[in-house]
Design a protein around this ligand. Structure first.
Ligand code: CP
Length: 314
């Protein structure tokens, strides 16, 4: 199957075959990242602009690294010192970046739908690096890639996503991918952050932590996203932690070989205790490392790269 998309906007719209194609391409790039020379000339001569209008550490740096490993020129847009502070619109900013010769834009924005909007007005590929509470497709891709490295197939695997689901673009992208893989997904947290209608996405909803975690093979913790909440969703952070924070006792309810995931940034002592975040079952930093190969695959494929050129034939 050849890759036909110019943009990467959501995991909702990707087929299982497309997600697997990104993973296969990422596997090939991960091998390259393990060599002494970690660079390939695949995007030599191309310029990629990271247009981040919201804070980021992992995603922005991983896209930066990914572009550099593919030999592209990469420019990181500095929102604080840009003309957006003088009232320039997203459309004008993006059109000016394209006029300056960018070949691809990676955008993070607090407004859901902004990557889709740019994809319709610009003549260059657009990659969504997180849009409001909507989607964070490359995070969902790197999370499922990491799960597959540990579990093999995801079909029928018991996966719990715990925390602030309502405001989480990471949860939404993971849900769309995991449901396509046939995983058995449970969303857990307070009812205000994990409302029952989320079941329409093909997952289970539970407000009982013990039964949700029982024998789960993956638990993915999510941060409370205060920046997107417009009302008080629970009495206090202390109460949230006492009801839903992952600690040693609660982690003992998981499957003995379960892995603990978190997209970051972590709020230690709130959604997860430090000894678990840093413990043997945590794959949190593996997720970050895998983010480079997965983003290399996304940039490469959306730039028109051929999967066969990097994927060894069977
Ligand atoms: N996981 C994630 O999106 O982290 P950043 O906000 O640091 O990019």
């Amino acid at each position: 199957m050849s890759w036909t998309r110019r943009h990467l906007l959501t995991l909702e719209e990707l087929s299982l075959a497309e997600i697997e194609q990104i993973h296969t391409t990422a596997t090939a790039f991960k091998k390259i990242l393990g060599r002494s020379v970690k660079k390939v000339p695949a995007l030599r001569g191309k310029t990629i602009v990271n247009l981040f209008l919201e804070p980021s550490t992992r995603t922005r740096m991983a896209f930066d690294m990914a572009a550099k490993r593919l030999s592209a020129d990469v420019i990181s847009f500095d929102a604080a010192s840009s003309s957006t502070t003088k009232g320039e619109t997203l459309r004008d900013t993006a059109e000016n970046i394209a006029a300056l010769g960018a070949d691809m834009i990676v955008i993070r924005h607090n407004c859901a739908g902004s990557p889709l909007y740019l994809s319709k007005i610009l003549g260059i590929p657009v990659i969504n690096a997180g849009d409001g509470s909507h989607e964070h497709p490359t995070q969902g891709l790197l999370d499922t890639f990491t799960m597959k490295e540990h579990l093999g197939t995801l079909k029928g695997r018991r996966i719990v996503i715990l925390g602030d689901i309502l405001f989480s673009r990471v949860a939404r992208s993971n849900i769309h991918a995991l449901v396509k893989f046939g995983a058995d997904v449970t969303l857990c947290g307070p009812a205000t952050l994990v409302p029952r209608p989320l079941e329409t996405l093909g997952v289970k909803v539970s407000h009982d932590l013990r039964s949700a975690l029982a024998d789960a093979e993956v638990v993915m913790l999510l941060r409370i996203q205060h920046e997107r909440q417009t009302a008080t969703m629970f009495p206090s952070l202390g109460e949230y932690t006492s009801m839903f924070g992952l600690n040693k006792t609660r982690a003992s309810w998981l499957h003995p070989k379960a892995i603990i995931m978190h997209p970051g940034p972590i709020n230690r002592g709130v959604e997860i205790d430090s000894d678990l975040a840093d413990g043997d079952r945590s794959v949190i930093l593996e997720q970050v490392t895998n983010g480079i190969a997965v983003r290399m695959a996304c940039l490469y494929l959306c730039a028109g790269g051929s999967p066969e050129a990097v994927t060894p034939t069977a």
